[in-house]
Design a protein around this ligand. Structure first.
Ligand code: AHR
Length: 523
């Protein structure tokens, strides 16, 4: 009997995988700093699309959902906590069919939203409501003007209406509508995807339009004349083929020859994680294969930025023009039963990792990438927040943005390591990703993502350039790669404290499989 038990125990031992953590050494020299990680790379995008605005932000002041002047309080509270730097509005494709006058004053016109779900647009959320919303959450305005079906005059008058202080008829109208003081418009988008839904323009045609808008669509806010000048963002590429490199070449070549009469400060880039078009990957109920394929696809962001940055460097070696990745994120198949035009999808632990990887890519390109807007803020694509009438749930992506708050405007610090690869089938991914930065108080922050969904990693980070005393932090993981937060189980994917040890200038911590970890180092 005893020998039978021994044989049985041996069989169990041989067949049980031993979870030995991989050991990885990182080296960080806090005295070797790079570019500032512009807080605007944590920007958001809110389009008139599905329930992104209506229900997601705007419920109206008569609603039973607690609100302030029609804007839901729960959403505002959640967004304040992630310190949203700017919100891009009103689109997207919607922007090139938006006529701002329909969204001001006591009488709003009901119009159509042919891009998104064939529904009507009540225009009850217009300029004043948007400005109130961003004021409530503490963000700045990134307004995209209508180049596709509008006119330079319409856009110029909108900017006068929003920003002028002098006693013009438009300014009096703004005051009569409740806001005597000029609004601040921090960023101006000159069109959206003008190569496609924004009018299917050739690069040359777009450039001639863009110059006109740049010249005449002025910001009159007295507080934005010297300091805090409005940044003008031209439409940029949407991919990496010759069509897109030609576009970047054409806009940047024009910029190089710009005269006193027009200027741009940024070039937009759109890049979704969507391995095949139309989007067919499920946002829930997937396994390791889809997890690894989506992460592989999202890492292409790095090459795309490098490619377009290299073109920009030719015409703008001083990097005056920022690359603004103002639409990015995972784009999956619409949830069954939803209006396909509403772009409704779930948000899982995979999306949290996807977000961390992209934010790290932007941080590594911080000298050129000085803005980005995840698509989209609420209820649409890779959202921070999902609502259903009075209910609200924060997504795994939301928690990544919360954990990354200390990186806003921090100074990039390089991290060196070789963690090897995690492989699944034909897909090979770097096992770890990491960035570090120093905040305004000189505190060092480290983010490490363990992409491997099966193996933990033991990290030993050598810290030079500071006298490290202790470290503490949080980690975000969940039981499965497709774990989600739902209205009934909102805490499945939430950050938890992690213990980190500092001894003799070395930081050690153990990373869970498929996790995102942020630690700060006390000196
Ligand atoms: O985010 C959804 C859409 O994707 C935007 O309206 C458009 O700019 C892009 O094609």
């Amino acid at each position: 009997m005893r020998s039978l038990l021994v044989v049985f125990a041996l069989i169990v031992l041989v067949n049980t995988p031993i979870m030995t953590a991989q050991k990885v050494e990182l080296s960080i020299d806090a005295s070797k700093t790079g570019a500032k990680i512009d807080r605007n790379i944590f920007g958001q995008f809110a389009e008139h699309l599905g329930h992104g605005i209506y229900e997601g932000i705007w419920v109206g002041s008569d609603s039973k959902i607690p609100n302030t002047r029609g804007i839901r309080n729960d959403v505002v509270g959640a967004l304040k906590a992630i310190k949203v730097p700017n919100v891009r509005w009103p689109g997207g494709c919607f922007a090139d069919e938006y006529h701002w006058r329909k969204g001001i004053g006591p009488q709003r016109s009901v119009t159509l939203n042919p891009n998104w779900g064939g529904v009507t647009e009540a225009n009850t959320f217009g300029t004043h409501e948007f400005m109130d919303f961003i004021d409530q959450i503490g963000a700045e305005a990134y307004v995209s003007v209508n180049v596709g079906s509008g006119t330079p005059q319409e856009a110029a008058e909108w900017l006068e209406y929003m920003t002028a202080a002098a006693s013009t008829t438009l300014v009096k109208e703004r005051a009569a509508n409740g806001h005597p003081a000029p609004y601040k418009v921090a960023l101006l988008g000159i069109g959206n995807e003008s190569w496609d839904c924004g009018g299917n323009m050739t690069p040359d045609y777009y450039v001639s339009q863009m110059k006109i808008y740049s010249r005449f669509v002025r910001n009159f806010n007295p507080a934005q004349q010297d300091k805090q000048q409005m940044l003008k963002i031209a439409v940029g590429p949407g991919g990496d083929g010759p069509r897109w490199t030609d576009w970047t070449e054409t806009v940047m070549k024009a910029y190089q020859q710009h005269t006193w009469s027009w200027d741009i400060n940024g070039l937009s880039m759109h890049n979704y994680t969507v391995p095949h078009w139309p989007p067919s990957y499920a946002s829930v109920g997937f396994g390791e294969t889809e997890y690894s394929q989506i992460l592989k696809s999202t890492l292409e962001m790095d090459g795309l930025i490098s490619k377009h940055s290299a073109i920009m460097d030719k015409y703008d070696p001083d990097k005056k023009v920022a690359l603004i990745v103002d639409e990015w994120g995972g784009w999956y198949a619409p949830l069954p039963g939803s209006n396909p035009g509403f772009l409704v999808q779930q948000n899982s632990l995979r999306d949290a990792i996807l977000a961390a990887l992209n934010l790290n890519i932007f941080a590594r390109h911080a000298d050129r990438v000085r803005g980005a807007n995840i698509a989209q803020m609420i209820n649409v694509l890779q959202a921070m927040i999902i609502t259903d009438k009075e209910r609200m749930v924060l997504t795994p992506t939301y928690y990544v943005f919360k954990m990354y708050v200390p990186f806003q405007d921090a100074t990039f610090v390089p991290v060196n390591f070789d963690a090897g690869w995690y492989t699944h089938g034909a897909v090979a991914l770097p096992r770890l990703d990491a960035i570090a930065a120093k905040d305004a108080n000189g505190k060092l922050w480290l983010e490490i993502t363990n992409l491997d969904p099966n193996e933990p990693v033991e990290v030993e980070a050598g810290l030079a350039g500071i006298t490290a005393k202790s470290a503490s932090g949080e980690t975000l993981t969940a039981p499965k790669v497709d774990s989600v937060n739902t209205f009934d189980a909102a805490n499945t994917v939430i950050p938890k404290p992690i213990s980190a040890k500092v001894q003799a200038g070395k930081l050690t911590l153990k990373l869970e499989p498929k996790s995102i970890t942020v630690v700060s180092v006390e000196q």
